[in-house]
Each structure stands twice: as structure tokens, then as C-alpha cells.
Design a protein around this ligand. Structure first.
Ligand SMILES: *Cc1c(COP(=O)(O)O)cnc(C)c1O
Length: 229
């Protein structure tokens, strides 16, 4: 079942890449394993997936200890500053940096552990009240404000698009994030080398790929519905 789900997702990714004339190697599938038990995550690992996304510190910490060491763990959820220390040396990428205070904390904790942490800036492109993230126009100044930090590395941008019934509706959201990334690149800032666009979830990752996503975060379509009970 999961085997077939994963295959179907990988095929859709390949099709979307082909449609957009993009190289499949540019696109990383992150299997969003939040709420899913260790054996289920392991079964997806055994199918060859090495990038997994979690949105809770405790769960990421726990799973990273109990699952193989070559997994790249992605922190995709809202991150509280007092919890940064638990995961700073366990994550491959933090997707959800949206305040200077959080960035400062990550930098400080990374320094203590002697690591440099790759991060993405979360942008609330659609301006939804319920979501975290910077306004599009705040993004470039924010990236500039991070230039002096030595233990974080800004790698790109992330957005969570609105939940819509027709994924086409999110195309402008994804196009806006890509344009923001281009704007940042064109500034040629010292110590800033951005290339990652983390956008697209089960509902809309094919459109996101057509608009330039380099990371898609897919949970439900691989693992099935989540049960939060
Ligand atoms: C849960 C989650 C996903 C995956 O959502 P699905 O709709 O299950 O694919 C992607 N990104 C973030 C930030 C999430 O919290």
C-alpha cells in the first residue's frame, strides 16, 4: 500500500518535472512522517527515501534517535526558541525560520554544538492570519539581517500555501516565492547562497514543481490520512 503510494508520488513528480522541462535531480521529495509510528517510517526508509519531515521537536528528536543515522531530518513546523537546543545538531534543514529572535537562538545553539545549520526562511505568501511566516516584502531585508550570523546558513525559502480545492489556485503563490528567491539571488549578498524552494504538499506539489519547487513536502499521499486522536 505505502509502496504503491510512494511510487505514484514519485511518478507524478517525474511527470510534473518533465512537463516543466526540469531536471528530476533538482527536486527532493520529503516524506512528511509526522504522527506516523517508527515501523511505518522505517518501511518508507526501506523503499529508499532518506528525507523525512517532522513538525514537532520531541517527535523529531525521538525518531532521529531510533531510526537509521543516514536520514536527513527536516524541521518543517513552527519552532519555539526554547526547544531549538534539542534538535539543532539533528536536523539537515530547518524550513520554518520567521523571526530574528528565532534565527539568533538557532545561531547561538549551533555555535554551542559546533555546527552550522542550514535554514530556510518561511514566507506567508498568501497572508493567511492562521499561518506563520514573513510578508513577501519583509523577506529580503530579513535575509540581509542574517548575514552576520556565523552558524546559520540561509539556503532558500519555504511557504505553506492555502488549502484550496483546485491546486491551480496556488500557482501564483508558488510563482511569488520563486520570484522572491530570484530577487535575493540578484542582490549577490555576501554569505548568502540561496537555491532551495520548499513548496508544495499532497494537494498541490505538482503545480509547485511546475513553478520551480526544489523540495516538496508530501505526507498524506504517501502515508495516508493522519490520525491526531
Ligand atoms: C503536514 C505538513 C505537510 C504535509 O502535508 P500533506 O498534506 O499531508 O502532504 C507539509 N508541510 C508542512 C509544513 C506540514 O506541516
Amino acid at each position: 500500500m505505502i509502496n504503491e503510494n510512494l511510487k505514484a508520488v514519485q511518478e507524478k513528480i517525474a511527470k510534473a518535472a518533465e512537463k516543466a522541462g526540469r531536471n528530476l535531480e533538482e527536486i527532493t521529495l520529503i516524506a512528511v512522517s509526522k504522527t506516523k509510528p517508527i515501523p511505518v517510517v522505517k518501511s518508507v526508509y526501506d523503499l529508499g527515501v532518506r528525507d523525512f519531515g517532522e513538525n514537532k521537536v520531541q517527535e523529531l528528536d525521538d525518531k532521529s534517535e531510533r531510526l537509521p543515522g543516514d536520514i536527513r531530518w527536516h524541521m518543517i513546523g513552527h519552532l519555539q526558541r526554547n526547544k531549538v537546543k534539542y534538535i539543532v545538531d539533528k536536523v539537515a534543514l530547518i524550513h520554518s525560520v520567521e523571526s530574528l529572535r528565532l534565527a539568533e537562538t538557532i545561531d547561538k545553539e549551533a555555535k554551542k554544538k559546533g555546527v552550522v545549520v542550514p535554514i530556510l526562511i518561511e514566507v506567508n505568501v498568501a497572508g493567511e492570519e492562521s499561518k506563520f511566516g514573513l510578508k513577501p516584502e519583509e523577506t529580503l531585508p530579513f535575509v540581509k539581517s542574517l548575514q552576520s550570523f556565523t552558524n546559520i546558513e540561509v539556503k532558500g525559502l519555504m511557504t505553506i500555501a492555502p488549502y484550496v480545492s483546485d491546486p491551480e489556485e496556488n500557482r501564483p503563490v508558488f510563482a511569488t516565492l520563486r520570484k522572491l528567491l530570484v530577487d535575493i539571488k540578484e542582490e549577490n549578498l555576501d554569505n548568502v547562497n540561496v537555491s532551495i524552494l520548499s513548496m508544495g504538499m499532497s494537494n498541490d506539489y505538482q503545480i509547485a514543481i511546475e513553478e520551480g519547487a526544489t523540495m516538496v513536502r508530501v505526507g498524506t499521499e504517501i502515508f495516508g490520512e493522519r490520525n491526531y486522536a
